[in-house]
Design a protein around this ligand. Structure first.
Ligand SMILES: Cc1cc2nc3c(=O)[nH]c(=O)nc-3n(C[C@H](O)[C@H](O)[C@H](O)COP(=O)(O)OP(=O)(O)OC[C@H]3O[C@@H](n4cnc5c(N)ncnc54)[C@H](O)[C@@H]3O)c2cc1C
Length: 95
């Protein structure tokens, strides 16, 4: 469900960008949803493989570590939430 939501929002943002429409909110939401979906997918994969998830030759712990990166770069989850709060929800700037 999370992956589907991320995919749909990514396609919406891409379509808006291609049409020359403002798509900052949609692009930020797509990136946030995708970063969380990949993290949860990798975490489930690690759990499913038990102790073997930590064996380097399976490459699962590497993937688990790597997908966590998307909550930091190219833009962090905190800054996406700050953007949505200010530009989508109309809340005061928090920083
Ligand atoms: C492997 C790697 C490759 C990279 N490649 C590139 C690249 O090719 N090009 C490029 O331009 N950059 C690149 N970066 C940089 C990357 O974009 C930044 O690391 C990322 O934007 C986070 O910024 P920062 O590291 O300065 O962390 P900071 O901004 O110092 O953030 C540290 C923590 O504080 C939080 N935080 C920061 N500001 C706020 C706020 N206002 N409110 C609440 N929380 C806040 C963040 O969410 C985070 O948790 C790369 C980074 C890495 C690790």
């Amino acid at each position: 469900m999370e992956l589907e939501a991320a995919d749909l929002m990514s396609r919406k943002a891409a379509a808006m960008f291609a049409a020359g429409l403002p798509c900052g909110a949609e692009a930020n939401m797509a990136k946030l949803l995708a970063s969380e979906a990949t993290w949860h997918a990798a975490d489930s994969t690690l759990q499913t493989h038990g102790g073997f998830g930590y064996a380097r030759e399976y490459d699962i712990e590497r993937k688990w570590r790597e997908v966590r990166f998307y909550q930091t770069a190219p833009i962090s989850t905190n800054l996406i939430l700050a953007f949505i709060a200010e530009h989508v929800l109309g809340l005061p700037r928090s920083y």
